[in-house]
Design a protein. Structure first.
Length: 471
């Protein structure tokens, strides 16, 4: 059999099955084919001696699956781009989650179709603008920002330093709480389907459970480090564990009230002893990692798989799933960004201000480049497959507007800024800050004459999020 050749079921018994990746991987070889299928689809079984494809190649495979699905739907006459049969929604700025839920939750797989969004401002007036994809992207990023915020009550953050998202167990007491989490699964599925990055990452435990995989004691440290340390303390307690006065229950707090949950039938009457402490530790971990999170992971999965095939999801482990969601966790490749940028408003690749821009951000610290990317696109990470896959394309627009004040209003006027070449080398530089239209991944860049000015203005804007404009 040739290297990297896929093997059939009939050949599986001939292979020397051995572990190839640790328990944090999505691919784990096992002598039982049935158990192996819990982790990966039949078509992606690789011969002994060859590791699973890299995260980039898996994401590439996923994007090809999505593209084939779009072609299939287009052939069947379904709408996959802007058109008269796309889904039209009207969203109030101050009620984006509620309006999105009410208008989109019942669509199911129809959410794959193009969405045409019209926004209503905080003052109740329709916002001007046509949706050619940018407003749809803005809707997805804004609804995710609102719904995944801990203040909304559906998700909370882990107590670890990376502050990953995990379902808030109190969400089950909220009106439509479980249905809302299912709806957020559809929102993430829509972002996956359209290749739109959302600047969030879920806890490893939540993704594992959502994908139907089991989590074990060691992974509790990624969710609740304090509980993990306490369980280790019980395990290694040198005295009589009875001294700790523990029983087989856990106490949950919801909206100021405490609820006792038995880890096994009659658990409140069973004392933890040296003989049964390992069972106690196992049941606590199982409750936190599996039983408690299951209703939320199931709901999210139902929504997600309305748009994304379960067989596609089996390609990923938790880390890869998060990178598909939010991009690669590495420094921004300025060369790749430059090769895939476009220019509008009079700028070209050869424009002096454009050349200065690339020079300036090349000299940025990695963190500053990530902040710039978030300022322009609303996501601090690059697509895992490179900026070729950024939707919409990263754009630098020539911003020659000047602000004229008519109290109490401020109005932007577009004026010609074509100046002789000699004029760009001296005189007073532009004072205007750069701004961004995140819905179109567009940086509105004034015609700065000096690298020092551009650097200062960019850093000020990205650190203060100043100069933001909604188009």
């Amino acid at each position: 059999m040739a290297p990297h050749q896929l093997c059939s079921r009939s050949q599986l018994s001939l292979l020397p099955w051995t572990p190839r990746r640790n328990d944090f991987s999505s691919l784990f070889y096992h002598a039982s084919f049935a158990k192996c299928c819990l982790f990966i689809p039949d078509e992606v079984i690789y011969l002994d001696g060859f590791s699973k494809p890299t995260c980039k190649s898996v994401v590439q495979m996923f994007r090809e699956f999505v593209n084939m699905d779009k072609v299939s739907r287009r052939t069947a006459g379904e709408v996959v781009g802007p058109g008269s049969r796309s889904v039209e929604i009207v969203i109030r700025r101050g009620h984006i989650v509620e309006d999105g839920f009410q208008q989109l939750n019942s669509l199911g797989s129809r959410l794959k179709s193009s969405i045409h969004v019209s926004f209503i401002s905080e003052s109740g007036l329709p916002e001007a603008g046509l949706d050619y994809g940018g407003l749809s992207k803005e809707f997805l990023t804004d609804i995710a920002k609102a719904a995944f915020s801990p203040e909304y009550g559906l998700f909370s953050q882990t107590s670890t330093s990376d502050r990953l998202l995990t379902p808030n167990t109190d969400a089950r007491f909220l009106e439509n709480g479980i249905q809302m989490i299912e709806f957020l699964g559809r929102i993430v599925g829509k972002a996956f389907y359209e290749g739109i990055l959302l600047d969030y990452s879920f806890s490893h435990v939540f993704v594992q459970k959502m994908l139907g995989r089991y989590s074990f004691l060691g992974e509790l440290s990624t969710l609740d480090p304090e509980l993990y340390r306490n369980l280790l303390y019980v395990k290694h307690y040198e005295g009589d564990v009875k001294e700790l006065s523990l029983d087989f229950t856990v106490t949950e707090e919801s909206f100021g009230q405490h609820h006792v949950v038995e880890l096994k039938p009659g658990g409140k009457d069973v004392c933890v002893t040296d003989e049964n402490k390992l069972q106690y530790i196992h049941l606590i971990a199982d409750y936190k990692l599996n039983r408690q999170i299951l209703p939320f992971s199931n709901a999210f999965y139902r929504g997600l798989t309305d748009l994304i095939s379960p067989s596609w999801l089996k390609l990923f482990n938790a880390s890869e799933f998060n990178q598909l969601l939010s991009g690669g966790n590495h420094d921004i490749d300025v060369g790749d960004l430059r090769n895939n940028a476009r220019y509008t408003g009079g700028y070209t690749e050869g424009s002096r201000a454009v050349k200065i821009f690339w020079e300036v951000i090349t000299g940025f610290e990695p963190k500053e480049r990530c902040m710039l990317l978030k300022f322009v696109t609303s996501c601090s990470r690059a697509p895992l497959l490179g900026f070729k896959y950024l939707q919409p394309t990263f754009t630098i627009h020539k911003d020659c507007s000047r602000k004229t004040k008519f109290m109490p209003y401020t109005i932007d006027f577009m004026v010609s800024c074509d100046v002789p070449l000699w004029a760009t080398f001296g005189g007073q530089d532009v004072e205007r800050l750069p701004s961004a239209s995140t819905c179109y991944n567009t940086l509105k860049l004034p015609t700065y004459k000096r690298a020092s000015t551009m650097r200062a203005k960019l850093l000020y804007a990205i650190n203060c999020n100043a100069g933001f404009e909604l188009s």
